[in-house]
Design a protein around this ligand. Sequence first.
Ligand code: MLT
Length: 409
Amino acid sequence: MIRINENYLKLKASYLFSDIAKRVTAYTTANPDKPIIRLGIGDVTEPLAPSVLKAFHAGVDEMAARATFKGYGPEQGYAFLREAIATHDYIARGCPISADEIFVSDGSKCDCGNIQEIFATEGLKLAIPDPVYPVYVDTNVMAGRTGPNLEGRYSGVTYLDSTPLNGYVPAIPTGASDLIYLCFPNNPTGAVATRAQLEAWVAYAKANKAIILFDSAYEAYIRDPQIPHSIYEIPGADEVAIEFRSFSKTAGFTGTRCAYTVVPKKLVAYDLLGNSHPVHALWNRRHTTKFNGVSYPVQKAAAAIYTEEGKAEVKAMTDFYLENAALIRKAVVDLGFTCIGGDNAPYIWVNTGTDSWQFFDKLLNEAQVVCTPGAGFGKCGEGHVRISAFNSRANVETALARIAKALGK
Ligand code: MLT
């Protein structure tokens, strides 16, 4: 008799954004005459930049001719893209990262979900923020690293609370951890971490022989010059951190799919006897076994982001979403709420002080606007909703007018 992986039974029946999509579909089916505006899932709306598109087309044309056709590429990504990433995203910012430490992939969701596979299941001490991108928690539940969910929290996890009291940047735990998830600019709160805060995390990881999984999918939204874009801007972080980056929110690649993960060669993890093993070799083994690379035209398109033209075009795109974010921030503050995010991130985290699913339902039913209920990101998310700045200007303005009317202000 075939048996299931019973860890899956510990999970909520469906993924947060699938749950929301179901509620929205039910509403639109019942109310076909009421068009909704989606400020829920962080999905981009603006088309690919012209230079990206040009490179994408050129890549497709190369695939159409025998002389330039390409079959399997290197699993880790083509050298032209890995070199561009290392040069522009790391070396230019003084980070000690080289092209062969970069693994190109089809998304950070997959990478930050899959990375835990190369670490121990038994006895590994997990530290995960709350609220948090649900993938970090759920993939560890699937792997059997947690106990059951008791009143909204899995046993066996050290939750790092992000609340109004700590400015939504969690404190370092007092006990030991082995695998630490951090995300800055944060999803869902939009909070950023200062250099001093990141230095403290790196020191903590070193002291514990731990590894930080640093998700910086939203770094392109940082405008404050004091805020680090990469954990590797902190000296010594290449000995304790893996970084995830994505072109999804940087350049509108949510449908095109391209991202990368940095695994420095200095990073080690230990076996039961205490012998150290390079994590780069383990991830390379996993990646080459289970992944066959991102398509050539997509990698050509991604590389175009690093040309002078491409850089300016994608900066204009993130500027556009940040202008939306500023409008959203102003509107929610005018409505009397406190909020964070939206200045160095495309998300605004609104402290409504009320049940977050009820607030979600109110906005859906009375304003036909979709947000994301904070409780979906963890216990500390209760009393908050996340509003995404990813939409057209016209839709954001209409949504904000509808929200103001629905909330009676
Ligand atoms: C979100 O809305 O949190 C993101 O779009 C999810 C993701 O990037 O997978």
